[in-house]
Every structure is written in structure tokens, then in C-alpha cells.
Ligand binder design. Structure first.
Ligand SMILES: Nc1ncnc2c1ncn2[C@@H]1O[C@H](COP(=O)(O)OP(=O)(O)OP(=O)(O)O)[C@@H](O)[C@H]1O
Ligand SMILES: [Mg+2]
Length: 139
């Protein structure tokens, strides 16, 4: 476990750089934290590092957004609206995880915890007020 306090959004860039090699190795990243704590914003920084050309938008209404990077397909999921239902009603998680060169990133992973593999990276966001955030990384 690794705890970091960041002062502003831009500080997510160095964190994204640090996390990326781990994510390429372990292709599942679960994101936790309240509404507006910064999950989607972090995915934007990660995708910048991966040189994704598409604009990263919140997948909360569509459940899954797919972005293409040079060597990776990124599946950006948000299970908030599933309200704890089986995520397989929306996507075949196993298929996404086993697709070649896939990176799967899940917002609101806590709502579907029982359905998720234990082998993963976790990033927990806590809003400390203003632009300050506490981030806890588990891997
Ligand atoms: N240090 C920071 N890190 C991340 N976001 C920040 C930071 N400071 C300010 N923000 C702002 O906070 C908001 C975070 O919103 P974001 O959509 O990323 O949250 P979220 O966790 O994905 O929420 P949701 O649960 O609704 O999907 C953005 O408007 C972002 O610009
Ligand atoms: Mg979001």
C-alpha cells in the first residue's frame, strides 16, 4: 500500500506515468472513491500517457468506453448505474480481460466487487477539499 497526497489535478500526470508500467503488466485497474473524487480525470491522464487520440469521457451512462492506443485497447468501465447488479448483464468482463493487449479500468468497482478478479491494481481516491486528493495504491 502506498499513500500519496496531491495538491492539484496536474499532479496526476506523474502518478499516471508511475502506474503505467504496472498496468501494462497487470491489465486490470479498479478505481474507488466518491462522486467527483477524480477517477475519470485520472483515466484521462493515463490515456494521455498511452497517447490515446480519442477524447476520454465518463462512461457512467454507456457503462463502457473503448479507446485505442498504439499497442493497447483500453476498456474504461463505470458500474455506478448498475447499482450492484451482475456486471455481465452489461459487458463480458472476462472477454475484455483476456483480449490481447487489453487494459481494463473500472470506476465504481466496489459496487461489483464479488464479480471481479482479485489479481488487479487498486487506486482509492479521497477528496481532501479544493483540489487536494489522497490517493492510495494497492498492488
Ligand atoms: N487533484 C485533483 N484530482 C482529480 N480531479 C480534480 C483534482 N482537483 C480538481 N479536480 C476536479 O474534480 C473533478 C473530478 O471529476 P471526475 O469526473 O474525475 O470524478 P469521478 O471520480 O470520475 O466521479 P464519478 O464518480 O461521478 O464518475 C473534475 O472536475 C476535476 O477537474
Ligand atoms: Mg467518473
Amino acid at each position: 500500500m502506498n499513500k500519496v497526497i496531491i495538491q492539484k489535478e496536474q499532479d496526476l500526470q506523474s502518478l499516471a506515468k508511475k502506474l503505467l508500467p504496472k498496468l501494462k503488466h497487470q491489465n486490470l485497474l479498479c478505481l474507488y472513491g466518491d462522486l467527483g473524487s477524480g477517477k475519470t480525470t485520472f483515466v484521462r491522464y493515463l490515456c494521455d500517457e498511452l497517447q490515446v487520440a480519442n477524447k476520454v469521457k465518463s462512461p457512467s451512462y454507456v457503462i463502457c468506453n473503448t479507446y485505442h492506443a498504439k499497442d493497447y485497447d483500453i476498456y474504461h468501465l463505470d458500474f455506478y448505474r448498475l447499482e450492484g447488479q451482475d456486471p455481465y448483464t452489461a459487458v463480458d468482463l472476462q472477454e475484455l480481460l483476456s483480449a490481447p493487449s487489453s487494459i481494463v479500468i473500472i470506476e465504481w468497482a466496489d459496487l461489483v466487487e464479488d464479480y471481479l478478479p482479485k489479481e488487479r491494481l487498486e487506486l482509492h481516491f479521497k477528496n481532501l477539499g479544493g483540489t487536494r486528493r489522497q490517493l492510495t495504491i494497492n498492488n
